[in-house]
Design a protein around this ligand. Structure first.
Ligand code: ADP
Ligand code: FDM
Ligand code: MG
Length: 225
């Protein structure tokens, strides 16, 4: 049986990285699990260092459209590794992926002045990721703004401002709505991440266990976006 492709998405400081590490340790006790964090800023990718510069250095200027394509390219750079892990029976945990890509770029178009370019189109934002492996399940960690704020102030990176975070929150809310109404995102689980680290971990484990036990799923090919 192949491994599961598990995506942990969520708002800033919702606990994604904390929960990815805990889930990886848990899965490693019974099976094997690899963790991929996006953007992958490591030397495993050619785009990682450029994206890191863009996120950390405000003087780096790139058109929004180009940055969007770079984030997608960064995922494509790891595609073969992810597929190889899954085929080898390893679970793969993703810390951010396509939905962060769409949300952050599209959020830029929601300025008070309105959108001035193609990034206002969700279809355009989703297009470069078409063909990437689709997660078997997406766990979306949700925290209210006040709880997130209590977990630490905004850092120095480009998108760590209240204005951008508020807009990203609005775009992510659309995905949740889609999951509830359209049936397009059936494998989307919104988890209240305001509880303790251990409580959230247990909730995530419960969801993942069901998918792990699904032999039909694990004997079928990985879906593509
Ligand atoms: P993200 O990757 O979503 O930005 P992190 O996992 O880095 O979030 O967590 C952000 C901060 O909040 C860290 O200091 C972490 O220890 C803390 N944290 C994570 N989960 C919780 C939680 N459930 N309750 C309280 N603090 C948390
Ligand atoms: N981000 C992340 C994007 O704008 N697009 C993407 O496709 C991805 C994967 O990069 F601000 C943004 C989201 C966040 C930053 O921060 C990465 P972390 O702390 O490394 O997750
Ligand atoms: Mg993180």
């Amino acid at each position: 049986m192949r491994g599961l492709l598990i995506l942990i998405e969520g708002l800033d400081r919702s606990g994604k990285s904390t929960q990815c590490d805990l889930l990886q340790s848990h899965l490693n006790s019974t099976t094997q699990a690899n963790l991929y964090k996006f953007p992958d800023r490591s030397s495993a990718t050619a785009t990682g260092s450029l994206l890191h510069s863009y996120l950390t250095n405000p003087t780096v200027q790139l058109p929004d459209e180009a940055v969007h394509l770079l984030f997608s390219a960064n995922r494509w750079e790891r595609q073969q590794d992810i597929l190889a892990d899954l085929t080898a029976g390893k679970c793969v945990i993703l810390d951010r992926y396509v939905y962060s890509g769409i949300s952050f770029t599209h959020a830029k178009s929601l300025s008070a002045a309105g959108s001035s370019g193609v990034i206002a189109s969700l279809d355009w934002c989703a297009a470069p990721d078409i063909g990437l492996p689709q997660p078997d399940l997406t766990i979306f960690l949700e925290v209210d703004e006040d709880t997130a704020a209590r977990r630490g102030g905004y850092g120095a990176e480009r998108y760590e401002t209240k204005e951008i975070q508020t807009r990203v929150r609005q775009v992510f809310a659309r995905f949740e709505k889609l999951a509830n109404t359209d049936g397009k995102l059936q494998k989307w689980h919104t988890v209240n991440a305001a509880g303790s680290i251990e409580e959230v971990h247990q909730t995530i484990r419960g969801i993942v266990e069901e998918y792990l036990a699904n032999e039909t799923l694990r004997k079928s090919p990985v879906d593509k976006f």
